[in-house]
Design a binder for this molecule. Structure first.
Ligand code: PPS
Length: 350
């Protein structure tokens, strides 16, 4: 026999001499047979129970899916109730409130930024645009206190005209070519909603209006019908791209703002695509969502140092830990480097 051909099969399955066990056990990995007797019995029982485990697991999966469905329905109910509260009861308009209204992916954030820049003469002093220009209909979810906002308040809204609260304030509607909206929305669905379908499938849904916020055709046409209302300014995204300064003047006139001429170049610069892209974390919905949930972005990779605890734990907390450690893990002979390169607690700055 040539040297390099093994005389025994290399796979876990052995020859006929080892195949005396009945069907299920015959496929046991080799290491199982080497286990201590007590453990071997447990493993074999566990393997014999496989069909029952499978049935139980499937049932539990089903129950978990049903509960998930119920929680989804309850969540929708809670959102609907909060919407109703907001639209009918909890919102007291101020005459200088400005609503930035759009169908999603039509340049909402851009228009929020434009109005914010115009009303603050170019301030960039905000953590996220949603802090200074909250999403009206999500207010109940993100617990933003409208009353604490200084005037003029700028609200973002994707509500169709029929749902928007009609008060004595201003509404700026920004419409964008539906085909570009569909493409941008598809990309958003993939990046933010983990959508896995093709563009063709998404586009079919977009055409049917079975995407979040419903039909683009319905949304745009209903707001268009109100374009001549005295408190509505109807703008197009494409006009903003072609002549931003011209659009800015329309908004200045509509909101009756006074902008010193020397601030206009700064505002135009801050509203440019490249500047906003550079500060994307101030505009991205993912960051807004994280802040809304109470997460602090940029803290996942914190400092990566040994002994960082000494800047955080008090002497009592450290002593309490040590006592428990000595009685449990320490007893087994395991120890850790406590480190001493972290700054003391009072110098520590987060
Ligand atoms: S959302 O998720 O509904 O709030 O999205 P929305 O802000 O309405 O739209 C996002 C699209 O607006 C584009 N955008 C801009 N275009 C030109 N200039 C500036 N400054 C600007 N800021 C945002 C953004 O790139 C999205 O469009 P697409 O086509 O996806 O790039």
């Amino acid at each position: 026999m040539p040297k390099n051909i093994p005389s025994k099969p290399l796979s876990g399955r052995e020859g006929p001499a080892e195949g005396r066990d009945s069907g299920h056990l015959r496929r046991e990995p080799r290491f199982v047979k080497d286990l201590p007797k007590g453990l071997l019995i447990k493993v074999r029982i566990w393997r014999l129970l496989f069909p029952f485990r499978w049935i139980l697991s499937t049932w539990l999966w089903l129950i978990s899916q049903i509960l998930q469905g119920c929680s989804g329905v309850l969540w929708c109910l809670h959102v609907a109730i909060d919407y109703a509260r907001l639209l009918c009861l909890d919102y007291t308009a101020r005459p200088d409130d400005v609503f930035v209204c759009t169908y999603p992916r039509s340049g909402t954030t851009w228009l929020q930024m434009i109005v914010y820049q115009l009303t603050t003469q170019g301030s960039m002093d905000f953590r996220h645009i949603a802090d200074v220009s909250p999403w009206f209909e999500r207010a109940a979810l993100n617990k933003r206190n409208f009353d604490a906002l200084p005037s003029p308040r700028i609200f973002k809204s994707h509500l169709p005209h029929i749902w928007i609260p009609k008060r004595r304030c201003r509404y700026i509607y920004l419409a964008r070519n539906g085909k570009d909206v569909a493409v941008s929305f598809y990309s958003f669905y993939k990046s933010h909603f983990r959508y896995k379908g093709t563009f063709q499938r998404f586009f079919a849904r977009f055409m049917w209006g079975t995407v979040v916020w419903g039909s683009w055709f319905y949304h745009v046409s209903h707001w268009w019908r109100h374009r001549n209302d005295p408190n509505v300014l109807f703008l197009k995204y494409e006009d903003l791209v072609r002549d931003l300064e011209g659009a800015l003047h329309k908004i200045i006139d509509f909101c009756e703002l006074e902008i010193p001429a020397e601030r206009l170049p700064v505002i135009l610069h801050n509203c440019s695509f490249s500047f906003m892209k550079e500060h994307e974390e101030k505009f991205d919905f993912a960051t807004e969502y994280m802040l809304e949930q109470g997460f602090t972005p940029g803290t996942f990779l914190r400092r990566g140092r040994i002994g960082d605890w000494s800047g955080e734990l008090s002497d009592q907390e450290a002593a309490r830990f040590q006592r428990k450690f000595d009685h449990t893990v320490g007893k087994l002979g395991l120890s850790f480097d406590d480190g001493c390169d972290a700054p003391p607690r009072d110098q520590h700055q987060e």
